[in-house]
Design a binder for this molecule. Structure first.
Ligand code: NOJ
Length: 771
């Protein structure tokens, strides 16, 4: 251990965390603290510096007169970025989501929060809470899947976990950054009801239930107005309707206009300028231009007061105004506990997609062939911008500096020794070589991959978003060749989301391992050898690309950006993911929630009880097989008929229950009034229907819901237990071929802040003159 590491460890042991406080307490303290600030000091608080030049990815300068140490912000969802191997390289958030385990989600948040805390990082730049509306979208692995309720639940646990450690969680990206191509010069045109029920939902939970201390805006525009200039979203909705008390931080390189962004309600400007905006890189240009705008009457002094207050209130709320550790990015936090937790989440997030003839777990074999470059050690490169060796995380700001990656070949070889199994390997993707290695083995395990990431890096022609859903590096050919010589072939897929699976009928087993972080090899060995019974489930629908309601668009309509934007119409409205497949009567390859186990579960005795605070659903889950395993009972609801054009079923509850063979457990799942509400765009509020009935469906995934019952919205119980709830196309009132038409047209008047073209132009000119 180096001397300075010893010192910082000692310092840590001495420093005690200051407890977080309520918003009210934080507000009182912050008001007192900011009372004597000069405008210059207030501006310092709002203006980010050091675009990736220091140890923080962005920072706010100290105010020495006040003994204020400044603010350090650092990425990101998979752990601390740029840690040079001192921090844990966690699994991708989509893997944490695949566990369907609230306890694990919270624990990951806590463990990550502690790593940020120990480094003196004030703002952890995560979790990401985007909705997976298109499977090729580059950053889907940084968030939690396609379902608004589920993404909200996952985000909430992670926010609470991070903040329990005295670190500010920065929920991102607000809102509608759902693809990478053209993200900085496009508009996501989202119909109002979908905006609230789908895209705002995770932020609703994070802000209201999780008290997320900070929110990061997005690159794109929403309904014609850039997120960073969108007064309707930032000031009216987030701060007004959701009552957000903390600070809104910009994404890097996203602010190009002082008066509009500051006026709209941005509180902190992180560095970098747009390629089509003013020319600056290292710092942000709010700075003294804020004062110039105040002097010119563009926005009032109160806006600056508000932004400064929000920033300090956030720090008080998190307990950071006293005793917060000094910044030291290289404190060693790669502890045994974190390694064990990463391995557990990795193992529990494996989704067993196929297990013909119970080929898994591995048994009764003498020789295994491990095939494919994806089973081999990873070549490390900056921000994971190469795809060479086993894939543990995607690329971009959401990744980490790995100290090591346990490759599958090493882990399987080590584990196989315990059972005296011989392992042979072929660590390339060449089909002929793979077949040669596999032909004499009792079992062949083929590792394959597809990768994606953030737009600023292009990997093998993919500018963030995947170009297609095919496996990379000839994966399909490799699998075909191996399966044609070995009838006991298993495929392990590392990828951010769904891939095309033309090989499905040719192999006996398929495990989807996602992006499991540094302990990836151990995590897959645990499941393949049956030391861990797989219990992961898909947090999204898996289907051919053309079956989804939306897709990534690659070509910019306006390559020069600016106020002319490439348009992404969210015509599917509420019908994201499985909701679309239900409506259109399309059979997915694997439905939302799908995931097999080495045992079987039975669901019975479904009941619903509507109380004043929400709906209590109970059911009995039994492990009917002969090994212990964890079941994930899932609850879907159909809303009363008064709610028009609503999806046939929406996911609203789940639990994870560990059961011994033969064991039964009664499970109660609570669905609160918010989750029983829809967003009424006329009233502009959430409304819980008072008439009609909710139908409750229960089972193991969106297409396996064997139980149903119903409850009256007004609380009287109307039980039709275990009605056959066949989930097929005919079940949906909307006919399969009916076109979904959601009016996504953008009305300029909709955006109060884009009011009058001329006035906007005049303001713009005036602002540019100032700089
Ligand atoms: C851009 C990404 O969109 C955001 O998620 C990240 O936090 C910042 N860069 C800082 O790296």
């Amino acid at each position: 251990m180096k001397f300075n590491t010893v010192l910082s460890t000692v310092a840590l042991l001495c420093a005690s965390k200051t407890l977080a406080m309520t918003w009210e307490e934080a507000d009182a303290k912050a008001r007192e603290w900011v009372a004597d600030l000069t405008n210059e000091e207030k501006i310092t608080l709002t203006t980010g510096r050091e675009n990736m030049q220091g140890v923080c990815v962005g920072s706010i300068d100290p105010i020495e007169r006040k003994g204020f140490k400044g603010i350090c912000l650092q990425d990101g969802p998979a752990g601390v970025r740029f840690g040079k191997g001192t921090a844990t390289s966690w699994q991708a958030s989509i893997n944490t989501a695949a566990t369907f385990d609230r306890t694990l989600l919270r624990k990951v948040g806590e463990a990550q929060g502690n790593e940020f805390y120990q480094r003196g990082i004030n703002f952890a730049l995560g979790p990401a809470m985007g909705i997976q509306r298109a499977p090729a979208s580059g950053r889907i692995w940084e968030s939690f899947g396609e379902d608004p309720f589920y993404v909200a639940q996952c985000g909430l646990e992670v926010v609470k976990g991070i903040q329990s450690q005295g670190v500010v969680a920065t929920s991102k990206h607000f809102i509608g950054n759902d693809q990478e191509n053209n993200r900085g010069s496009s508009t996501s045109n989202i119909p109002e009801q979908a905006l609230w029920e789908v895209y705002m939902e995770p932020f609703y939970r994070a802000v209201i239930d999780g008290e997320s201390n900070a929110v990061m805006s997005s690159y794109n525009a929403i309904n014609g107005t850039y997120s960073v200039q969108n007064e309707r979203l930032l000031t009216k909705y987030l701060k007004g309707k959701l009552g957000f008390q903390g600070a809104v931080v910009s994404d890097w390189w996203s602010i190009f206009d002082v008066e509009k962004s500051f006026k709209a309600g941005m509180d902190m400007n992180m560095p970098g300028g747009k390629y089509w905006g003013p020319d600056y890189i290292g710092d942000s240009f709010w700075g003294e231009h804020i004062q110039e705008c105040i002097d010119a009457g563009i926005f009032p002094q109160e806006r600056l007061d508000d932004a400064a207050l929000r920033i300090i209130r956030t720090l008080y709320k998190a307990g950071q105004m006293e005793n917060f550790p000094d910044v030291n990015l290289y404190v060693d936090t790669l502890t045994e506990e974190n390694i064990a937790l990463n391995r557990k989440v990795g193992a529990d997030s494996n989704v067993l997609l196929k297990n013909a003839e119970a080929i898994l777990p591995i048994k009764g074999v003498n020789k295994i062939a491990v095939i494919g470059k994806d089973s081999m050690p990873t070549k490390f490169c900056e921000d994971m911008k190469c795809s060479d060796g086993t894939l543990a995380l995607g690329w971009g700001s959401g990744t980490t500096d790995f100290k090591y990656i346990i490759d599958p070949l090493s882990a399987l070889t080590e584990r196989a020794k315990q059972d005296n199994i011989e392992v042979v390997s072929y660590g390339e993707d060449d089909a002929e070589g793979g077949a040669e290695a596999a032909k004499d083995a009792d079992l062949a395990i083929v590792f394959v991959q597809a990768d994606s990431g953030e737009e600023y890096i292009t990997v093998e022609g993919n500018a963030g978003d995947r170009l297609n859903l095919d496996l990379w590096h000839g994966g399909n050919e490799l699998i075909d060749a191996v399966a044609s010589v070995n009838e006991n072939t298993i495929v392990v897929i590392h990828a951010p989301g769904p891939v095309n699976v033309p090989f499905l009928d040719k192999v006996k087993g398929v495990v989807f391992a996602g992006m499991p972080g540094q302990e990836t090899g151990h995590a897959i060995a645990d499941v393949l050898f049956g030391d861990v019974n797989p219990s992961g489930h898909l947090p999204y629908t898996w289907a051919p690309r053309e079956d989804y309601p939306a897709d990534v668009k690659y070509e910019p309509e306006y390559p020069d950006g600016g106020e002319k934007m490439t348009v992404y119409d969210y015509n599917e409205g509420l019908f994201v993911g499985y909701r679309w497949f239900d409506k259109q009567g399309i059979e997915p390859t694997f439905p939302f929630g799908y995931g097999l186990s080495y045992t079987d579960f039975k669901y019975e005795n479904l009941e619903g009880d509507m109380e004043d605070d929400g709906l209590y659903v109970t059911l009995t889950v039994t492990n009917t097989g002969d090994v212990a395993g964890a079941a994930v009972p899932m609850i879907f609801l159909s809303f009363p008929e008064v709610v028009k054009d609503h999806p046939a079923r929406v996911f609203k509850g789940f639990d994870k229950v560990m059961l011994q063979p033969g064991e039964s457990q009664e499970v109660t799942i609570f669905i609160d009034n918010h989750d029983l509400s829809y967003f009424d765009v006329d009233a502009m509020e959430y409304v819980k229907p008072e008439e009609g009935k909710y139908t409750i469906y229960a089972g193991s995934n969106a297409r396996d819901l064997p139980l149903s019952t119903s409850v009256l919205a007004n609380g009287e119980c109307e039980s039709e237990n275990e009605v056959d709830a066949d989930i097929d196309a005919g079940d949906n009132e909307d006919s399969a071929d009916e076109e979904v038409e959601v009016d996504a047209e953008v009305d300029a008047d909709d955006n109060e802040d884009s009011a009058d073209e001329e006035e906007t132009e005049a303001l713009r000119k005036r602002a540019y003159k100032l700089y």
